[in-house]
Design a protein around this ligand. Structure first.
Ligand SMILES: [Zn+2]
Length: 172
């Protein structure tokens, strides 16, 4: 696995750690455009009580803001973005990445329960008309670290996990 080629003081693993410390499923990510981090995020599902606030969605909002502030076209920026994320994107996030034509995703461990890049569904490379473009996945980057954080999270007592919503919406 090729190491990420960006200059950043906050690797996605740190974002994931921050999520863990805040009672969230530990997933963190970075969106990199031309060697510059234009978005970063971590899971905010429990804090916001919004099941769609996955790390990737949080980071995508930042990318949109960044494009707007830089007067750059969202489509042409997204077509040159690499996403670095600690866990395989879920089906929802994989679909969003596809719709935005993000070409490359480097992820850590697989997401056996919700993965959209082959583990449950293959949103990343399936032949789906009118749903953006297929994207390339490179897996295994710092996978063990990502798994360890997930294990730590799921080992915690329900009380310590804080107010996890009871609807299984704490997906990664
Ligand atoms: Zn997701």
């Amino acid at each position: 696995v090729k190491p990420p080629a960006y200059r950043c003081c906050t690797p996605p693993q740190l974002c994931a750690k921050e999520a863990l410390e805040n009672g969230e499923v530990p997933v963190g990510c970075l969106m990199v455009y031309k060697d510059e981090v234009v978005g970063k995020g971590r899971n905010e599902v429990n804090e916001t009580k919004n099941a769609t606030r996955h790390a990737e969605m949080v980071a995508l909002d930042q990318v949109l803001d960044w494009c707007w502030q830089s007067s750059l076209d969202v489509k042409s920026v997204c077509e040159r973005i690499a996403l670095y994320v600690t866990v395989e994107p879920c089906i929802m996030c994989a679909a969003a990445l596809r719709l935005l034509n993000i070409p490359v995703v480097v992820y850590g461990c697989r997401n056996e329960r919700f993965g959209g890049c082959g583990s449950v569904l293959d949103v990343s490379s399936a032949d789906l008309p009118h749903t953006g473009t297929q994207f390339k996945c490179i897996s295994g980057h710092r996978a063990e670290e990502a798994v360890d954080m997930l294990k730590t999270f799921y080992k915690q007592t329900p009380k310590k996990r804080k107010k996890l919503c009871n609807t299984r919406c704490h997906v990664v």
